[in-house]
Design a protein around this ligand. Structure first.
Ligand SMILES: Nc1ncnc2c1ncn2[C@@H]1O[C@H](COP(=O)(O)OP(=O)(O)OP(=O)(O)O)[C@@H](O)[C@H]1O
Length: 515
């Protein structure tokens, strides 16, 4: 499933036209076409770049978008504009009213977009305007727009039907041609082996047409018993909104009477935890070379900043939730504790894994996104030093919490000054003074990362410091052996009550089975 959740939302033709005129009608002659029967469309995205560090390339495959200039830049200072071509599927409301001409969608907080349909001769329309005896400035602008039209590729929107509060609703989600079957069924999947188990779920390696997937299966009954339904539903909702090179992609979600299923990409290189605990007894931690630690930290910081820019917090950063992909890049999994949080708002639930918990969570002071920066600082420290700064084998939880809240971390040894400074600023007990508290971008802009090109990293243009050896697409040798555990997806659990059942309404229902 694509990451941008788009809600169809109607503008009147007049309003949409007025909006578009700001961008497209500076010759005074062009009007956006509104009588289009075919499904091609242009999407105009407005991005407030002061609000987000996200590159448009993160949202769309590289080369598929074109930055355009508004005709009245003074009205839009701070905003950047991108044009891309879209395929519109008229929604039910437009079909019923017979109005297929205009639609708009609103994306998440940092994006807004408008659509209007155009046919294939829209560029010739622009050609004509560029040949008129207008000023060279106008011609230049027209040709810029013409380029924009030419270079934009097709971008498809898929309608997804969900049940919300007992009523069927439709979401429009943009779909890239990523070769992934976003309509994959449970029956298409062959279950291979268990990759991991958490408190409320098991994650299985499965495949369809020799393409591997990881499938997280959670029992509705166990979720209801543990009062975790809300978390599981949130996990699916938030994951489906994420599109970032270092964040796991949700391909499809399902529910049947007993279970919910999250079908994800399979990340093949195993957990960062296994890199830090390479010995067979897995107790001793080893340090990673500084460059490798820095590479992982920067990729993870980029993923975390992306999450924060969308007003979510992750709250469970730990080496077990960081997987290494086939190219050696880290990928964040497990949005089970993630939550939406408005700017300036705090949340008070005590969540997380003790060794990575921030002082503000332990003190019950209420936490913000800064709690994730603390956990990232702990992980960076652990990679650099080969030991957690506060936790060690056998420590009791009370002593651990006291140490996190009060003690200084053991000094870093044999690391660069920039690395030490990064850790010092991430592990500040007061969250309001922590790096990233002022702006998430400050984390990415720290001097420690100066010798890495983040854009190249996002495009996976840099060779990762460690690349897992893999023999075939289903190679799962980098994961621990869990074969002694029961397959919970074959258990029969008691039914949950109807009220709890309705909480899963946003998961498409399937009668197919996973085996
Ligand atoms: N997409 C994936 N590809 C490969 N392995 C995965 C994937 N997602 C999860 N895993 C493996 O399964 C393990 C458990 O996944 P996850 O953390 O999502 O489950 P969980 O039930 O929420 O766990 P916990 O209760 O510890 O939070 C991960 O640590 C990882 O080893």
């Amino acid at each position: 499933m694509s990451s941008i959740n788009a809600k169809p939302d109607y503008h009147s033709p007049q309003r949409l036209r007025a909006k578009l005129n700001h961008f497209l009608d500076d010759s005074g002659r062009q009007q956006p076409k509104t009588n289009i029967a075919d499904a091609s469309a242009l999407a105009l995205f407005t991005v407030d770049e002061s609000e987000t560090s996200v590159q448009m390339e993160d949202m769309f495959p590289i080369g598929e978008i074109k930055r355009v200039s508004p005709s009245s830049p003074h009205k839009y200072s701070g905003l950047s504009h991108y044009l891309t071509k879209a395929q519109l599927t008229p929604n039910r409301k437009s079909r019923m009213s017979g109005d297929n001409s205009l639609q708009s969608v609103s994306l998440d907080s940092s994006f807004s977009s408008s659509f209007y349909e155009c046919d294939d001769d829209s560029s010739s329309n622009l050609d004509r305007s560029s040949q008129s005896p207008d000023s060279s400035r106008r011609r230049k602008r027209a040709s810029l727009r013409q380029d924009a039209y030419r270079q934009i590729p097709t971008f498809t929107w898929r309608r997804e039907s969900v049940i919300h509060n007992g009523r069927r609703k439709f979401n429009y989600v943009p779909v890239e041609d990523d070769g992934i079957d976003h309509d994959i069924n449970l029956n298409d999947l062959r279950k291979h082996r268990l990759l991991g188990e958490g408190l409320f779920g098991q994650v299985w390696l499965a495949s369809s047409k020799s393409r591997p997937y990881a499938v997280k299966v959670q029992s509705k009954y166990e979720l209801a018993e543990g009062a975790k339904i809300e978390f599981a539903v949130r996990e699916k909702e938030i994951m489906s909104r994420m599109k970032h090179p270092f964040i796991i992609r949700l391909v499809k979600a399902y529910q049947d009477h007993q279970f919910i299923y999250l079908i994800m990409d399979f990340v093949k290189g195993g957990e960062l935890w296994s890199l830090l605990h390479p010995c067979t007894d897995k107790v001793d931690t080893v340090a990673l070379p500084e460059r490798q630690s820095k590479f992982y930290t920067l990729c993870l910081a980029d993923a975390v900043v992306y999450i924060h820019n969308r007003k979510y917090i992750f709250r469970d950063l730990k080496p077990e939730n960081i997987l290494i992909d086939a190219a050696g890049y880290p990928v964040l999994v497990d949005f089970g504790l993630a939550k939406r949080l408005e700017r300036g708002e705090k949340t008070y639930t005590t969540v997380g894994t003790p060794a990575y918990c921030s002082p503000e969570i332990i003190n019950g002071d209420g936490h913000t996104r800064c709690t994730d920066y603390w956990s990232l600082g702990i992980i960076a420290y652990e990679m650099l030093m080969g030991a957690n700064p506060f936790s060690f084998e056998g420590i009791d939880q009370f002593s651990l919490y006291r140490a996190i809240a009060e003690d200084d971390y053991p000094p870093l040894k044999n690391v660069s000054e920039d690395a030490a400074d990064f850790i010092r600023r991430m592990l500040i007990k007061d969250p309001t003074k922590r790096l990233g508290a002022r702006s998430p971008k400050d984390v990415l802009n720290h001097e420690w990362f100066d010798d890495f090109d983040l854009t190249a990293i996002r495009r996976r243009k840099i060779k990762a410091p460690w690349v897992p050896e893999l023999s075939d697409p289903l190679d799962s040798s980098h994961f621990d052996d869990w074969s002694d555990l029961d397959d919970k997806s074959t258990h029969t659990f008691p039914e949950i009550d109807h009220k709890d059942e309705t909480l899963f309404d946003s998961f498409p229902l399937t009668s197919q089975s996973f085996h």
